[in-house]
Design a protein around this ligand. Structure first.
Ligand code: PMP
Length: 389
């Protein structure tokens, strides 16, 4: 494939051929028995991927932002108080979204690249009567990972629902929704779940469903209303048909293939593979003399890396040169530092070869921009991590 470039951004990612084949297969009826079975199986598999045996899965056509709406619209009633553990752009988005549904939102913030401490979040939780708390597992704008386990425990102790934006984490970062008392977790198909963009995937635990059922006011978003989708999910899981909105048939066939592959790898092996990929990329970037956005190593996600551009290098030019060398990387997203850093995604089907090729392309791009470094240092650092894994 002489014109192929590696898509190494934090979503969409490189997809497995079997997933793309399912997407390109002739479209079936959404009432076809084969499709009903595939949809039902995908729902069952979602519980295993989210590690949430007692959760209610939802698969709805839309992007990750719809998944945020599926959480916010169904759990917030006007006047409810919500706490946002804010680690970047997607925390800001969640706050704005919750306000749209009438929530009074408080943000616990940290400097860019940082994350609020558990003590700060606990103090905020004690400061008011919140209904829910949102946690961005990996904020894709900073590459900062939060301690979902610790945060969800704090929320549970305060009787507050925890809602985890796992768009840049689910099926890559360790997330144990039931064991960690996470009430809602969601993602989008185009990230570590490994399916082209177009599906919002959400898992609601029993307490979230309970809170939804106890609502006094109608859900202010017709399309996102769990009341419309719950019977559909239950029907397909029972291998029956039902209709609210036409399912994204091909994407759901592809989702079932990808979830099958994820479970065949095994969740523990998958978490570990992402840890190794994350470590390799970070070691490589450090060996090239580039700093990173996360302020401490333990704040850095495994699914992506956010390096700062070297001084005197034009970001747009570097990314263009890296692309010429075969890898597509993403520019900055966080408004406060947008032009100062770039982002490398390494999740889902990404393998050691992809990462080594990406670091090689990064080195080629840096060299073409006149940056002084020891050629091969990044590739060697990544290879050393793989050799030790
Ligand atoms: N949350 C996070 C953490 C994300 O990374 C993204 C997408 N980059 C979203 C939400 C929104 O997803 P989408 O772009 O699919 O609407």
């Amino acid at each position: 494939m002489k014109d192929r470039t590696l898509l190494m951004i934090p979503g969409p990612i490189e997809f497995e051929p079997a997933v793309l084949a399912a997407l390109g297969a002739p479209t079936t009826s959404h009432l076809d028995p084969g499709f009903v079975d595939a949809f039902g199986q995908a729902l069952e598999r979602m519980r295993e991927v989210f590690l949430c045996p007692d959760g209610q899965p939802f698969v709805v056509a839309g992007t990750g932002t719809l998944a945020m709406d599926l959480a916010g619209a169904n759990l917030i009633e006007p006047g409810d108080k919500a706490l946002v553990v804010n680690t970047g752009y997607f925390g800001d988005r969640f706050g704005a979204l919750l306000e749209r549904y009438g929530a009074q939102v408080t943000h616990v913030r940290a400097p860019v690249g940082g994350r609020p401490s558990l003590d700060e979040v606990e103090a905020a939780l004690h400061g008011d009567q919140f209904k829910l708390m949102t946690i961005t597992h990996v904020d894709t704008s900073t590459g900062v990972i939060t301690d979902v386990r610790g945060l969800a425990l704090l929320a549970a102790r305060s009787g507050v629902l925890s809602v985890v934006d796992g768009v840049c984490s689910v099926a890559g970062e360790e997330l144990r929704a039931a064991e960690w008392d996470v009430d809602v977790a969601f993602t989008a198909s185009q990230k570590a779940v490994g399916v082209p963009p177009g599906l919002a995937l959400l898992m609601a635990g029993p307490q979230a469903i309970d809170a939804f059922k106890r609502r006094k006011t109608p859900v202010a978003n017709y399309y996102a209303d769990w009341g419309n989708w719950l019977p559909i999910m239950e029907a397909y899981e029972a291998r029956k048909t039902s209709y609210f909105g036409t399912p994204a048939v091909n994407l759901i066939w592809a989702l079932n293939v990808s979830l099958g592959q994820i479970l065949a790898e095994g969740m523990e092996a998958r978490f570990e593979r992402h840890r190794v990929l994350g470590r390799a990329c970070k070691q490589a970037v450090a060996a090239l003399g580039l700093a990173q956005v996360p302020l401490q190593p333990e704040f850095a996600a495994n699914t992506m890396t956010a390096p700062l551009y070297p001084d005197d290098i034009q970001g747009a030019e570097l990314l263009a040169r890296v692309k010429e060398a075969g890898a597509v990387l993403a520019g900055g997203l966080h408004p406060a530092i947008r032009t100062r850093y770039f982002r490398i995604g390494h999740m889902g089907a990404a393998n050691q070869g992809d990462l080594l090729a990406t670091i090689g392309a990064l080195e080629a791009g840096l060299a073409r921009c006149g940056y002084q470094f020891q050629p091969g240092a990044g590739v060697a650092a990544a290879a050393a991590v793989f050799d030790g894994a």
